[in-house]
Design a protein around this ligand. Structure first.
Ligand SMILES: Nc1ncnc2c1ncn2[C@@H]1O[C@H](COP(=O)(O)OP(=O)(O)OP(=O)(O)O)[C@@H](O)[C@H]1O
Length: 272
């Protein structure tokens, strides 16, 4: 479904000679299968967003090939690339909604740009809003929504064009743990119900662990390891912190033996 072969990207610092630029991606190769949820994880500046932007042609590599759904993005004219992008949705950390448009107006925007008729736009807009559980917010404005609701609208907007691939750039980094959990549920639902292949960039291992089939780890512009499904499943779940436990309505009394704060349940199991 997605293949990168030897992809490199160099950014030239202003005023510098070309050979003094900074290499954001160094010969990156990656295969993502149809229907997979693939995580890209790494510290700040590792090249995660640059890699993700390669997958819809927003960035052009200096070297290498990018093939998405059989289409060679690196060899396309701008016009063909615009067409190809309709089957590749994207969501962002800060949602990127248009503030003076209603929820429905935001969701229908890509369809307007693609020349879809008004009747069809309204029908598809409602369909995707229903899918993310927000049909009752169709006439509200982004400022009237919570962060989690804004991200659901962004997901609905990405789905309106019926994409094969959804690219997610830090989609939960502005959200609290409970809202994050809800957005991960929506993304799983998108993958399982619609068969959409997902590539998720995050710096939070817990987010990647919960959602992804495989996880590629990036460091200094390279993929240094790709964890298999079995390796991802074997990553231990962290013990919930106090805020998460309180938000989930769990018993966090410090006196009880089985408090989730101290992983009491596990201790009891170890004893038996
Ligand atoms: N347009 C650009 N011009 C110059 N340098 C850039 C540009 N875009 C990214 N970079 C640099 O390339 C490197 C990789 O950036 P990128 O945004 O891909 O990293 P990242 O892993 O997504 O980081 P973060 O988690 O902080 O978003 C960084 O050092 C960044 O400063």
């Amino acid at each position: 479904m997605i293949s990168l072969y030897g992809v490199s990207k160099r950014y030239n610092e202003r005023g510098s000679r070309e050979d003094q630029g900074f290499e954001a991606l160094s010969s990156v190769s990656l295969e993502v299968g149809q229907g997979e949820i693939h995580g890209i994880i790494g510290s700040s500046g590792a090249g995660k967003s640059t890699l993700l932007r390669m997958l819809n042609g927003l960035e052009k590599p200096d070297d290498g090939e990018v093939i998405v759904n059989g289409q060679h993005l690196t060899r396309m004219s701008e016009n063909s690339l615009r067409q190809a992008r309709r089957s590749i949705g994207m969501i962002f950390q800060h949602f990127n909604l248009v503030s003076n448009r209603t929820v429905s107006g935001n969701v229908c925007m890509p369809l307007e740009l693609a020349g879809v008729s008004r009747t069809e736009r309204v029908a598809r807009g409602l369909e995707v809003l229903r899918f993310v559980g927000l049909e009752d917010k169709a006439n509200q404005y982004p400022a009237q929504l919570s962060g989690g609701q804004k991200q659901r609208v962004a997901i609905a907007r990405a789905l309106a064009s019926r994409p094969d691939v959804l690219l997610c750039d830090e989609p939960t980094s502005s959200l609290d743990p409970q809202t994050t959990s809800g957005i991960l549920d929506v993304l799983r639902h998108v993958n399982e119900t619609l068969g959409v292949t997902i590539v998720l960039v995050t710096h939070e291992m817990e987010v990647a662990r919960k959602l992804c089939n495989r996880i590629s780890v990036m460091k200094e512009g390279r993929i240094i390891k790709t964890l298999s499904e079995a390796e991802v499943r074997s990553i231990p779940a962290p013990k919930p912190d106090l805020l998460t436990s309180l938000l989930m309505g769990e018993d966090v009394s410090m006196s009880g033996r089985n408090t989730s704060l101290h992983g009491g349940q596990e201790e009891q199991n170890d004893d038996t």
